[in-house]
Design a binder for this molecule. Structure first.
Ligand SMILES: [Zn+2]
Length: 162
């Protein structure tokens, strides 16, 4: 028996230290606008289970491996996750997260040059039980001109009452 060996295609992305935060994901070769780069994988759990798992986490550690899919499901990329969990947030991203039939994909929204870091806007939703320092916990220092200073969405807590 003989098998024809084709060279493996060069991977699209690689994980390395990031100037934004911890490790990040970088383009290993040019990525065309609209490319579906990677699926965000991990264990699918309920919100209650995700809260239970990370209740003891240091609040100053904002590196989250959780992705909210909908009101029932959270993907915990800390369990069986892939490189997608290392993609950092920025306020002027070159990718976006797309939810399709309960699955989460990261798509390029403009051409990305080799060596460029991939980012998407986390748009973490505000919850009524957020601690008062939630904006400090999820502070953004992406450094882009349009940085809103927070990974949360909407950017500012809405003023209540008068
Ligand atoms: Zn920012």
């Amino acid at each position: 028996m003989s098998a024809v060996r084709r060279p493996l295609p060069e991977p699209l992305i690689r994980v390395q230290d990031s100037p934004l935060h911890g490790q990040g994901v970088f383009a290993a070769r040019r990525i065309a606008n609209g490319t579906r780069v990677i699926e965000y994988l991990g264990e699918r759990v309920s919100h209650a289970e995700a809260d239970r798992r990370y209740a003891d986490k240091q609040v100053s550690d904002n590196h989250t491996f959780l992705f909210t899919v909908n009101t029932r499901t959270v993907i915990d990329a800390g369990v069986d996750g892939n490189e997608a969990r290392y993609i950092n947030h920025s306020c002027e991203p070159n990718c976006e997260s797309v939810i399709e039939k309960g699955r989460v994909f990261i798509d390029a929204i403009r051409p990305i040059e080799p060596g460029e870091e991939l980012t998407y806007d986390y748009q973490i939703q505000r919850e009524p039980d957020d601690p008062p320092d939630i904006d400090a916990i999820f502070a953004c220092r992406c450094g882009f001109g349009g940085c809103r200073g927070s990974m949360l969405w909407p950017p500012r807590r809405r003023a209540r009452g008068g």
